[in-house]
Design a protein around this ligand. Structure first.
Ligand code: HEC
Length: 139
């Protein structure tokens, strides 16, 4: 240990310039690596579908989000917790209540999160918000 310490000290203590250069290279490498893995194209396999919330409709967007993520539990036949999200009239009645988006926007791990398996994508959450802000229409 002592020998290692002395060796490292010997390499750098007499050459502050190499030390700074070494640290700079480390920093640049760390930054470059960090950027690579934060890149959305890498995270989503090169497919970066933009989230368009400008023309959200029940028939084109919302119905599918609810069918794929909620209706398995909240349906006509067996509406768990009395929540039926099947079809526009049922879904819109629930969607306009504060509890609806409150539950959808909870973080992963919160026991009240809907759906319980994990949060909807941020894009789906934005689409729901956009639709609800229009009054949850049947469009
Ligand atoms: C795996 C089954 C399951 C799925 C999928 C599911 N829920 Fe639920 N949901 C439940 C259960 C069980 C409860 C009652 C327990 C609780 O309150 O957490 C509940 C309760 C709720 C409540 C609270 C009702 C109240 O009285 O306040 C809302 C709102 C709700 N769910 C919305 C949704 C939405 C929106 C989705 C889809 C994005 C969804 N749920 C998906 C099982 C599910």
């Amino acid at each position: 240990m002592i020998r290692l310490g002395l060796t490292i000290g010997g390499v750098f203590s007499n050459d502050t310039y190499s030390m700074i250069k070494f640290l700079l290279i480390c920093t640049v490498l760390a930054m470059a690596t960090g950027c690579t893995y934060n890149n959305t194209q890498d995270l989503y396999g090169g497919v970066t579908a933009p989230c368009d919330t400008s023309a959200v409709t029940f028939s084109q967007d919302i119905s599918e989000i609810l069918t794929q993520n909620c209706v398995i539990c909240h349906n006509d036949n067996d509406p768990i917790a009395g929540v039926n999200l099947e079809g526009h009239s049922n879904a819109s009645a629930w969607a306009v209540l504060n509890t609806f988006m409150n539950r959808v926007e909870l973080p992963l791990g919160d026991p009240l999160l809907m759906p319980p398996s994990g949060p909807l994508s941020l894009c789906d959450q934005s689409k729901l918000r956009a639709w609800i802000s229009e009054g949850a229409p049947n469009n």
